[in-house]
Design a protein around this ligand. Structure first.
Ligand code: SF4
Length: 384
């Protein structure tokens, strides 16, 4: 693989704090009451400072920053803009980088949003999840529909012209009409981008316990399949294009940061639990925010593991990630990057997937056809 031939990368900054912990959440996030959020922020600045001059990092030019969580907007305007300006000062960037901040509706106000715009943030992602108060309560979310609506209006007032709304379906107590109403309300706000996920019950969460106890009233498989089909219909009708399994965009507003992940490009992850993929190695940071901050403060790198990936593993991961995108992957670029052709590499298992219409291959492309996206996991399991 011509690792290093492309020196572009994405920069991810993880904020592992949320106002409260949602009962379905398996992300690396904690409520701030038990955490030293100032020490954590200082550690992030320190980690950036150290890594920016690391020889393997300094040769990269970054094209995106994604401040994700958790809920980054639990920090003040000054703290967040300070973090972003440190990143912009320490690392090299391409002209006009995409800079995204994730947020929750009840942690946004005009002052914060205006400051973020002035600091160069040009994309805002808002975790709305549902436009039904009844379902937000069932999800254990800490915001209401009216807070979500205010947040969307305030983001526009602050000058954001690239807004993503996160939505979820397949929720306990949700029916088909609830989901239609949420989709249609979301479209009325004319976001540039929508990320639409089916709820998955993750192990070791309160939802998993409720499911095991038979008290999580999830809609049945057929209703969930109808919801997925409705998503495509409503969003296509509103001018959105599906470009990844769960991501829909108005033309030209695809998330560049996430596309880099799906293309298995290089990225640097800062903060607790963040992962980097640089020069063929995967580096994971310590997950616990307090341990991470102490480690970095004590002049250490904050890493907990470094894995050097062999060419075949990088190839398989690139195929799996690339198949998440509706356009799939170019066979020529796979050949150029890895000197491997999926038809030869996977042989009969790929032919079986083709015979079952779960994967299509053209002269130059391998992709999952639209009608098989709902069962994309079947193909991915086979090719991983
Ligand atoms: S807001 Fe998001 S990251 Fe935070 S607890 Fe809820 S689902 Fe998890």
């Amino acid at each position: 693989m011509r690792q290093g031939a492309n020196n572009q990368a994405g920069l991810y900054i993880h904020i592992p704090f949320c106002l409260s912990k949602c009962p379905y959440c398996a992300f690396n996030s904690f409520t701030p009451a038990d955490q030293d959020t100032t020490a954590y922020l200082n550690a992030l600045h320190l980690q950036m400072c150290r890594l920016a001059t690391h020889p393997q990092v300094a040769k990269h030019v970054f094209s995106t920053i994604f401040v994700g969580g958790g809920t980054p907007t639990i920090y003040s305007a000054q703290q967040l803009t300070g973090l972003i300006s440190t990143a912009l000062n320490y690392f090299q960037f391409t002209p006009q980088p995409e800079i995204t901040v994730e947020s929750n509706p009840n942690s946004l106000n005009l002052e914060l949003l205006t400051s973020l715009r002035e600091a160069g943030v040009n994309r805002l992602s808002i975790g709305v999840q549902s436009f039904s108060d009844k379902l937000l309560v069932r999800l254990g979310r800490s915001h209401s529909v009216s807070q979500a609506e205010n947040a969307l209006e305030t983001a526009r007032k602050a000058g954001f012209t690239n807004l993503n709304i996160d939505l979820m379906y397949g929720l306990p107590g949700q029916d088909f009409e609830d989901w239609r109403q949420t989709l249609e309300t979301a479209c009325q706000y004319r976001p540039e981008h929508l990320a639409v996920y089916e709820l998955t019950v993750e192990e070791k969460t309160p939802f998993a316990e409720m499911a095991a106890g038979g008290i999580l009233d999830l809609p049945n498989e057929d209703v969930v399949a109808d919801m997925a089909e409705l998503t495509l219909r409503v969003l296509s009708g509103a001018g959105f294009v599906r470009y990844e399994i769960a991501n829909f965009t108005q033309p030209g507003k695809e998330c560049r940061h996430n596309i880099n992940y799906w293309q298995n490009g290089q990225y640097l992850g800062l903060g607790a639990g963040a992962v980097s993929y640089i020069m063929g190695s995967r580096i994971s940071n310590i997950c616990d925010p307090g341990s991470f901050a102490r480690h970095v403060k004590a002049d250490n790198d904050g890493f907990c593991s470094i894995e050097c990936l062999c060419r075949e593993k990088r190839f398989r991961e690139t195929v799996i990630m690339g198949l998440r995108m509706t356009k799939g992957l170019s066979l020529v670029s796979l050949q150029e990057r890895f000197d491997l052709d999926p038809r030869e590499y996977y042989g009969s298992s790929l032919r079986r997937l083709q015979d079952n219409h779960l994967v299509e291959i053209t002269d130059d492309n391998i992709y999952i056809p639209a009608r098989a996206i709902a069962v994309a996991n079947q193909a991915m399991k086979e090719l991983v």
